[in-house]
Design a protein. Structure first.
Length: 251
């Protein structure tokens, strides 16, 4: 209950900071991602079939609201995450972001209905908070940690989850044709109630300056563990359309 209260305080603090900010620059950005295999925010888990992912970010100053909406390409909802994120520290080479979100994950079960069986989509509710310190080694290289704590509220969902990563980001690697490569290798530990595991994952993205489309791939490898639903190795390839707009308020 104390952890739940702490997450609520983070949300309230974020709302308060947003209301008090005096920054005149607002932003609206996002992306549409179509992939052959939907991989979750926690890459241990995947949809196992093609998916569409819609990411949005709207905010002012240090605070942003970032919905993350995921669907199977056949139209069935997969998960909805509603992030509030706050850039708590932006000092020199050190960055610290805190965030919190309610989320809904959808799963289809075969259930008896009126003497017959039918597919029923069940919504499973979660509440989570994150902490993400990051240090810039250079303009194009950074290292960081990431911690996500989640609470599940429904039957047949983990009651508590811990997701901890050691990560790096290497960007602007030159490729032929004025293309750029970015990759994000990370090792992570996942614990769900009494089950846990160690994993390696990385994302690779090829993009071009001033061009809205990019190609990305994610891989995830299980090193050890007994998490239900995890696979030894998963991968995907995605086509991404991105946009970014800034708005200035004139006094």
């Amino acid at each position: 209950m104390k952890r739940f209260s702490l997450l609520l305080l983070v949300l309230l603090w974020s709302f308060t900071g947003f209301a008090q900010t005096k920054d005149s620059i607002s932003h609206f950005s996002g992306s549409v991602n179509v992939t052959n295999n939907g991989i979750s925010l926690v890459p241990t888990f995947s949809l196992g079939k093609p998916a569409a992912i819609f990411l949005l970010s709207v905010g002012k100053g240090r605070l942003s609201f970032e919905p993350d909406m995921r669907f199977a390409l056949e139209g069935k909802p997969w998960s909805f995450i509603f992030w509030w994120r706050y850039k708590a520290v932006q000092s020199g080479k050190f960055r610290l972001t805190v965030g919190a979100h309610p989320a809904v994950n959808f799963r289809t079960y075969r259930l008896p209905v009126n003497g017959d069986s039918t597919d029923v989509t069940v919504a499973r509710r979660f509440l989570a908070g994150e902490l993400a310190p990051n240090y810039l080694l250079s303009k194009n290289v950074s290292i960081g940690l990431y911690y996500l704590f989640a609470i599940g509220f429904d039957i047949n969902t983990p009651k508590y989850g811990h997701f901890i990563t050691v990560n790096s980001n290497i960007s602007n690697i030159g490729l032929p044709g004025k293309l750029k490569l970015r990759f994000n290798p990370q090792f992570y530990y996942l614990k769900q109630d009494k089950r846990d595991g160690f994993y390696f994952t990385s994302a690779f993205t090829i993009s071009k300056n001033n061009f809205p489309f990019s190609v990305s791939s994610i891989i995830n490898k299980t090193l050890s563990g007994n998490i239900l639903g995890s696979k030894d190795f998963v991968w995907n390839v995605s086509l991404i359309y991105s946009f970014n707009k800034n708005y200035v308020r004139h006094q």
